[in-house]
Design a protein around this ligand. Structure first.
Ligand code: FAD
Ligand code: SF4
Length: 508
């Protein structure tokens, strides 16, 4: 018998490890569309379309190269709708001598995969996912013996190892990190160039119909789907980003603006995470643009840091600390997720904007995720399991290895500071500085009590006061604690009463 080579939905990369050494005469590539993967959280319909359509295009490209592909369709009546069930059925069809797979992105899928060998009775080889720039053993070696894992140190090692933005042993431009230059708000009158949209072809349209029929009740709709679903379109999207938006990517990386859902962001996460785009190619394209004088260094470095630094780092953290990581709840948060995360009306315009574009596009950019919906969940003490499930469901780029550390570690501090040395908590003043949302809001970011007060203000001070004992040991929290201590106690009491009222109304 030949080899059964398994390719999962987020592994649609031509050079994926499980295809290495493929013998077209004897081997079969197995791809599985299973219901369980579409529903373990209620994924946004556009996210399901992305994965299924990318799989079908990838299968077609393999078949065109003469590879035997066995793609189990979602609407196949014999489909058992689990990975293990489908591997067993494929085993009966093809009787392979062995099974080869690539390490999956999610803990849940790895547990399933680890059971295949016993179930099938032939050897199952699980190969390292070589699409990542830092292997899991390499990350473990870096993390071993550290009490906390700071991205910045990891990132410098990755710069040295890959040679990206290096001039000999020195970082290009003499500094590792230009983040301090990347905090401007969007000036009035500056309109970011439109990113390319990729109109659905016949394969994608068929998938859209299937998803609309099966998962129509999930938050969001298939209409408007325009993500790349092939390597060719993913590359075109990267080229357009580097040419049109990279030059100002750095400056406005933290900006938020009404009616501007994507600003100068790259929109490459869906392609990177499904295998359509190679992370090293994306980094090199940005470095080249800088070396050619087409983009400033703060932009190229900022973009490369997100991919070579953050993306690799969160994946390492995930596999280093799972499964316990997902269960941590350092701040004891236990509030139910408010209905406005699923589109129920809210007077908070920043939230309304972030949620509305999430529903329409399955996309929000980083600062919206971190400082609007994430910040609110942190301040209001939303149950980590609930907010994690939300982020995993609503974004087209959400896979647990990248979603969980970002939500759990960065946004809501549920890991107690393993990733971030302090919680990313902010009051309305931050949102007002970085966006134009407050201008059109029923609330006033300058008021903390009273009928027009911005809820983020009372919630922020209530959060600091609630956790004051815990934060006292953290030098990076000294400033807000000092400010709180100097405040008129009557003002603090009024804000905390305001926060309690707001939260009680939220729970009602
Ligand atoms: P750009 O701003 O153009 O950045 C370029 C690329 O860098 C991204 O495509 C992404 O691959 C990478 N990147 C940037 N920031 C991060 C980060 N913090 N962690 C990992 N990679 C990063 N990203 C996901 O891919 N999937 C998720 O499920 C996800 N969930 C998130 C949840 C929260 C609460 C937060 C705060 C962030 C999350 N991120 C997630 C990270 C980041 O917000 C998205 O990668 C980014 O918004 C995707 O849009 P873009 O491609 O336009 O990114
Ligand atoms: Fe958000 Fe407050 Fe600004 Fe309204 S005033 S948009 S609630 S930060």
């Amino acid at each position: 018998g030949g080899t059964l080579r398994v390719v999962l939905g987020d592994q649609c990369a031509r050079d994926i490890a499980s295809l290495d050494g493929l013998d077209p005469a004897r081997d079969v590539v197995l791809m599985m569309e299973v219901q369980a993967e579409c529903t373990y959280v209620p994924h946004h319909p556009q996210k399901i379309v992305l994965v299924l359509s990318a799989m079908r295009h990838f299968a077609r490209a393999l078949a065109a190269r003469g590879v035997q592909v066995d793609l189990v369709r979602l609407d196949d009546p014999a489909n058992t709708h689990s990975f293990r069930g489908e591997v067993l059925r494929a085993f009966a069809r093809h009787r392979p001598a062995r099974i080869v797979a690539t390490h999956p992105g999610e803990w849940r899928a790895l547990q399933d995969m680890l059971g295949w060998e016993e179930a099938a009775g032939v050897p199952v080889e699980i190969r390292e996912d070589t699409r990542f720039l830092c292997s899991l053993p390499r990350f473990r070696a870096w993390a071993a013996g550290r009490k906390s894992y700071r991205m910045e140190f990891f990132y410098r090692e990755m710069r040295r190892e890959t040679g990206l933005l290096m001039d000999g042993d020195e970082p290009a431009g003499g500094k590792w990190n230009f983040d301090a230059e990347n905090r401007a708000a969007l000036p009035k009158g500056l309109t970011p160039p439109e990113p390319p949209r990729f109109a659905p072809d016949a394969i994608t349209r068929e998938v859209m119909d299937l998803v609309a029929a099966r998962f129509g009740a999930h938050f969001g709709a298939v209409e408007g789907f325009s993500w790349p679903v092939t390597a060719k379109d993913a590359r075109a999207a990267l080229v357009a980003f580097v040419r049109d938006r990279l030059p100002l990517f750095g400056d406005y990386q933290d900006a938020m603006a009404t009616g501007q859902p994507t600003l100068f962001h790259s929109l490459v996460s869906t392609s990177l995470n499904t295998g359509l785009l190679d992370p090293m190619e994306a980094c090199r394209a940005a470095e080249q643009a800088w070396r050619d004088g087409q983009a400033p260094l703060n932009a190229a470095e900022g973009f490369i840091r997100q991919i070579l630094g953050w993306r690799e780092y969160v994946r390492g953290i995930y596999w280093h600390l799972m499964p316990g990581y997902a269960r941590e709840n350092a701040l004891g948060a236990d509030r139910r997720l408010p209905g406005f995360y699923w589109g129920a009306p809210t007077t908070m315009r920043c939230i309304e904007q972030a949620v509305a574009q999430t529903r329409d596009l399955a996309y929000a950019h980083h600062i919206q995720r971190l400082m609007v919906t994430g910040n609110f969940a942190l301040l209001a003490g939303i149950d980590p399991a609930e907010i994690n499930a939300w982020y995993l469901a609503v974004y087209a780029d959400a896979f647990e290895w990248v979603e969980l550390p970002n939500t759990h570690g960065m946004a809501i501090h549920a890991d107690g500071g393993v990733m971030a040395s302090k919680p990313y908590a902010a009051s309305g003043a931050y949102i007002n500085r970085m966006s134009d949302y407050c201008g059109g809001c029923a609330h006033d970011p300058k008021q903390s009590t009273g009928p027009r007060a911005c809820p983020f203000n009372a919630l922020y001070w209530d959060f600091i006061a609630r956790h004051a004992d815990r934060f006292a040991a953290n030098p990076r929290m000294a400033m807000p604690l000092r400010t709180l201590a100097k405040m008129d106690p009557r003002k603090v009491a009024a804000m905390r009463a305001e926060a309690a009222r707001f939260l009680a109304a939220l729970d009602a």
